[in-house]
Design a protein. Sequence first.
Lengths: 490, 490
Amino acid sequence: MPVTQQTASESDVKHQLSLLHEELGSLQRQARQLKIPVIILFEGADGAGKGTLINKLLMSLDPRGFKVYAMHSPNDEAIFRPFLWRFWIKTPERNKITIFDRSWYRHLLDDRVKGDVSSEEAPRYFTEINDFERQLTTDGVVLIKIYLSISKKKQSSRFEKLANNPATSWRVSKKDWKRHKQYDEYSAMADEMIFPTHTEKSPWAKIDSSSIKSATFEVLQLVRGRLTSAINEKLAEKPATMTPDLNWRAKKDNPSRLDQVDLSLTVDTEEYHVRRKQLQQRLHELEHQLYVTRRPVILVFEGWDAAGKGGAIRRLVKGLDPRGYEVIPIAAPNDFELSHHYMWRFWNQYPKGGHIAIYDRSWYGRVTVERLEGFCSEDEWKRGFEEINETEKHWHNCGAIILKFWIHISNEEQLRRFEARKNTTHKQWKISKEDWRNREKWDAYKVAIDDMIDLTDKPTAPWIVVEGNNKPYARIKVLETTVKALESVL
Amino acid sequence: MPVTQQTASESDVKHQLSLLHEELGSLQRQARQLKIPVIILFEGADGAGKGTLINKLLMSLDPRGFKVYAMHSPNDEAIFRPFLWRFWIKTPERNKITIFDRSWYRHLLDDRVKGDVSSEEAPRYFTEINDFERQLTTDGVVLIKIYLSISKKKQSSRFEKLANNPATSWRVSKKDWKRHKQYDEYSAMADEMIFPTHTEKSPWAKIDSSSIKSATFEVLQLVRGRLTSAINEKLAEKPATMTPDLNWRAKKDNPSRLDQVDLSLTVDTEEYHVRRKQLQQRLHELEHQLYVTRRPVILVFEGWDAAGKGGAIRRLVKGLDPRGYEVIPIAAPNDFELSHHYMWRFWNQYPKGGHIAIYDRSWYGRVTVERLEGFCSEDEWKRGFEEINETEKHWHNCGAIILKFWIHISNEEQLRRFEARKNTTHKQWKISKEDWRNREKWDAYKVAIDDMIDLTDKPTAPWIVVEGNNKPYARIKVLETTVKALESVL
């Protein structure tokens, strides 16, 4: 009796499905406890059932633990920033799941079919996406990439079904039918996209969604599998050693850049005042051009305690329109920031095109203070150099002008300034016990800073070592370097 | 010799100015140490010199301690939310200064002159602005409101000067000249705006900016004065007592709402499944209408531990398109959140028009857990009732549909569920020591919850007490109430 058989098998399927749902709920809780962040993205042609399958998946999950983002065309905030910006800032906390309905792959799929991204531009996006995914997965993110495919025939029949039902006809637009005509092109582009981005840590799963029922099973099983291995890996993981490394030197034979700085350079007071005003005036003009051309500027200030970062920044911004720049002081990350990739908080602060972001300390904390205080593992700070280079490259790729200042003073000059602060009532707020403690580690910091400059000084994001013993000299050099850099590109 | 005299007085002025700058820098540091948040807003006709005077003020300040926002017309994110939203989320941390170049007063000034806000609508904005400013200043914010005025003649001469200089001519548009013609209307509107919003805690300073020099002095002196008094007040302030209050009862004669709940209500299993599916289906349809009409929905879930909030939320969202809702679990505030007004983090989560925000616990923590655990002062939680009512009223005013569910169970039922969790392996994660500890305070919580319902149950933001001993009954009631509420307005 075939009818009974079918019923039996249907209830069987239902039972299996409910078991899967239960399992996934439990895996979500385990992942949460183990602080495993998860990203699941869905790509696929229109009508492939992305929305439906996301809904099926969500039924297993505790709604307090996930967020779903439907990624449409970028809005004004996103369009004036790197294309990965809007995804970076949505990466999950370490105990959460983020689900993307379309993702950064729009750029290599829809936008290529539309002709907004050419074959010449595509390689850049491939590189940036692979860097991005590697940075996240190395940091512990489980990245599940699902491509749903259906046949051209199936696509048109789904469109027709939606169009014929008054309750759903709004969901099928002329655009959809236009894209239907481009089905073959779209499929070819998808294949071209999947191959170079199918990596060990972030593989693609191509799932045939002609039957929603069987696709549901495949999606749930895939997520179950990926979560299970991530949980097992995490449980087997040995805790990383976080002992500070004070001696490693990346390029042992490189002479120390810091030793080569001529700290005797000074500038005459009269000249200082005249020059400073000229440069401030010029920078103000450039600020306006910057806005018109929508280029973002990223200025990083690092330097010894009491080197004069604050003073240099104040002279830099003095003539500027405050609506065009922001000074971003970077302190130790708070809990919420710590529960993301270390670059996450800097992506969040990324300036909109036409604006200047001035970082008073920065992501270079990763390879200096975090390295020396043991706030991250050796593996983490060592790969930090490459990650930072990649990131600054991505920013440069979309027009950012990047300058990084290391304000250098001698050990003796620092001592003089510390003593002066201690002995001047209205400057005492500037000096703390921690400053004295850091001072004791001068030599170790010097090694780390030489490494930092050796490994991250790039033509597109150069380090400028500023002679800081004479404050007026340092301030003029910062202003002058910034003005020249802007003039050369505007 | 008048020339010499003038020179003497000029250098005198310069000296005074530099003293003022120094003083302001030092006051900023003191305010930072004392954790005093500051908001300075500038309003005034075009050409009154807002930008220039903001720049003059900023010269005194450490750029790491302030942010400047030029508030243009609201963008897409802001337009689909209450008009105060974009200002709320920009309120400063307790050690920072926020400067607004134009502010929430745009609505009572520019928008009224343009005719976007009518005389009938204006009173609502006055009320909301006064509530907003009172909430902030009571919480310790120093709010400095500056209105810059110039004569009509001065306005046209400034426009002409800008227009005649090629470097600045872009700053004067046809719109500006159009507004110049409306000068008298604008001035009248400004007077009408200033009078009802000039309060003790947030007074206006009207400064004549015909001469930028003297206006600069006035602005700096004003800020110096306000900061000085705020610092002195803070230093004189006695630390608030934070002892938990377990007995206060707002309306002593009101019978307990919780005692009136009929916890014997149940629903038949068969009926539960049928009804649940119908309601989920209906809610899905309403979700789409909601999006089309751009109304936001705010659903608050509060209830005893183990009352079944999570389960009710899951059944509520099961049929929904995940792009249309968000479940927001509320835990103890993190450091960054603590350094703002307690409502700040909820404003940050405010749903965009057309979306549903589901809060699993909420701002009602202020008058329950914070009251009972002594996390805020008596004064703070007592004024919390009014602040919450005002806020929900503001949200209602701009179309929000607000429902607040208290899921009620009996003390015995809670014990049964706790025991069951303890004894069931896959449910043990749901129960913690804190749950047992909270349980001991049942009676105190009951008083606080009765107060909460007595004082914040409003027709525009009603509390629905849900009979929760029978989970299916509770889930159906939540679904049904939500569906009915949406149907009645859509």
